[in-house]
Design a binder for this molecule. Structure first.
Ligand SMILES: *Cc1c(COP(=O)(O)O)cnc(C)c1O
Length: 496
């Protein structure tokens, strides 16, 4: 098998192995690791159609993580995609109103972040062993709500690791917050910051880029890594479910050989849709990549104009995990469409941090014609939840509803008959308040848990274990910090 190495989008061309990139998280120069090339999916789709989720995941990940042995990788996969998921299929497909919803919320924390974060701790501890790392790994994570809980659940009590999660105090749903602050595990720490997600993400990146701080940590026996989608160990596992989704549709006869389908992805940090792009580049039968935004529609504007401009108000919406103005993973796409140019990427990212905006060339724009940007307003999102429920009885969460709305608009405007796989990123039980009031404003007066029981009744779906677990769980984390005091919070937790 061809060896795949990784290099930084802002580096000097130096390469590292997959396991080194996973351990490192973010490159020392502030760039993101990208594979030197996208490997081909050199196995026919009908063979993949006969495999279960773990089988497909192995075929995809082994093409990218070439310095892991088969045994190492299969062990990681088997430990990740097991009974923590509430269905054998791991990522089942549900058809409703002519759309195929790829449900990625059947893991421990009922959001799609589980798809990658249930395997990342295993990849990381394996990578540490392979590279003879003796220091404890400290995972720093900024979260818009879902990554935090999924990373905490994944790393809780994993020997040799500690995890610190930063979330925006007023920027997550009540259920998301409750899930995080009740997290067990002696190695876990949760900090609410006074700021928004971009502040949290920038704070984490600043800590990563602080060489003096890294040195002090190293002397105390720690090294930093990341569980955000800037880590390639999170991105690559996400490629697997796109391939699996296509293979399952073939198996079910919903897709025929040679037919491609579009995918619609509710997007924030651009990790999920970038994984779809990688899947397409590998050879999965994907047509258009439809990038769905909420009212924070930076990406919609970018695809429409070629200008990325974060100079605008940050809007708190009912889909908080997509309330992001700086989509980190877009840098990986920029690097690719700039012809793998570190220099061009550095230049544009510098403009983003100094001016808050940058413009790509026409030549670069041509290379992203596979992408299509759309967005849904708050009203449209709520309307989509209500309409789909009334028509089919299927209840979407707010993030998935943004995607479903954009998918329907795209089909109406473009009138192609191509099938569409809408990525369903969270269970409606995670955003119950927004979902229930979208269904009926009278629900407003119910408490969070009354809403949960009512949702279970009207949708005919059992309350997920992740929700039952927090009904009575005690709060364990109460730290609140200023956004510019995140490094101090790290020191306090580590006792250095
Ligand atoms: C994180 C998240 C998203 C956005 O995914 P990105 O990879 O950041 O684009 C969408 N929906 C939900 C529910 C999420 O948790």
């Amino acid at each position: 098998m061809m060896e795949i190495l990784y290099k930084s989008t802002r580096g000097n061309g130096e390469t590292v192995t997959a396991s080194q990139a996973i351990l490192q998280g973010l490159a020392a120069d502030g760039g993101l690791y990208v594979p030197t090339e996208i490997p081909a999916l050199d196995i026919p789709m009908d063979r993949l159609a006969g495999m279960d989720y773990r089988g497909v995941a192995y075929e995809v990940m082994s093409r990218f993580f070439t310095d892991f042995t088969e045994d190492e990788l299969r062990k990681c996969i088997d430990s990740a995609y097991d009974a923590k998921f509430d269905t054998e299929e791991i990522a089942p497909i549900r058809e409703a109103d002519g759309m195929y919803f790829l449900e990625l919320f059947h893991g421990a924390t009922i959001a799609f972040k589980d798809m990658a974060l249930s395997i990342l701790p295993h990849l990381m501890t394996t990578a540490a062993r392979k590279n003879h790392e003796t220091k404890d790994i400290v995972i720093l994570t900024a979260t818009s709500g879902d990554t935090g809980k999924a990373a905490l659940a994944g790393f809780a009590d994993v020997p040799g690791t500690k995890i610190i999660v930063f979330y925006p105090k007023d920027g997550v749903s009540p259920i998301q917050e409750k899930q995080m602050v009740t997290q067990k595990g002696e190695n876990t720490h949760v900090v609410a910051i006074k700021g928004n997600f971009d502040d949290a993400q920038t704070g984490v990146k600043n800590i990563f880029n602080d060489a003096v701080f890294a040195d002090r940590l190293a002397k105390a026996g720690y090294r930093l890594s990341s569980a955000n989608s800037i880590n390639i160990g999170r991105l690559i596992p996400q490629v697997a479910y796109y391939v699996y989704g296509c293979a399952q549709l073939l198996k079910k006869g919903r897709l025929v050989h040679g037919e491609t389908l579009d995918v619609t992805v509710p997007t924030g940090n651009f990790g999920n849709i970038l994984a779809a792009y990688y899947a397409k580049q590998m050879g999965a039968p994907i047509g258009r990549l439809i990038c769905a935004s909420n009212e924070n529609k930076v990406l919609y504007d970018f695809f429409a104009t070629g200008i990325y401009d974060r100079n605008r108000d940050f809007i708190l919406t009912s889909s908080p995990s997509m309330d992001i103005l700086i989509s980190s993973n877009l840098e990986r796409l920029i690097y690719r469409i700039a012809g793998d140019s570190e220099e061009k990427t550095r230049e544009l990212m510098k403009e983003l941090s100094t001016e808050g905006s940058y413009t790509v060339t026409d030549e670069m724009r041509k290379k992203i014609s596979d992408f299509y940007g759309g967005y849904a307003t708050e009203e449209e999102t709520a309307g989509t939840i209500r309409a789909l429920y009334e028509k089919t009885g299927y209840v979407l969460d707010t993030h998935t509803a943004v995607a479903a709305c954009v998918c329907q608009k795209y089909r109406k405007e473009n009138g192609n008959g191509r099938k569409n796989m809408v990525v369903s990123t969270a269970s409606p039980f995670k955003f119950t308040r927004s979902v229930m009031t979208a269904l009926n404003p009278d629900h407003e007066k119910l408490t969070d848990f009354e809403m949960i029981d009512e949702l279970s009744r009207i949708a005919g779906v059992r309350v997920p274990r992740a929700i039952e677990d927090i009904r009575t769980a005690p709060v364990r984390h109460t730290t609140v910090a200023e956004a510019d005091k995140m490094a101090e919070a790290v020191e306090a937790f580590l006792g250095i």
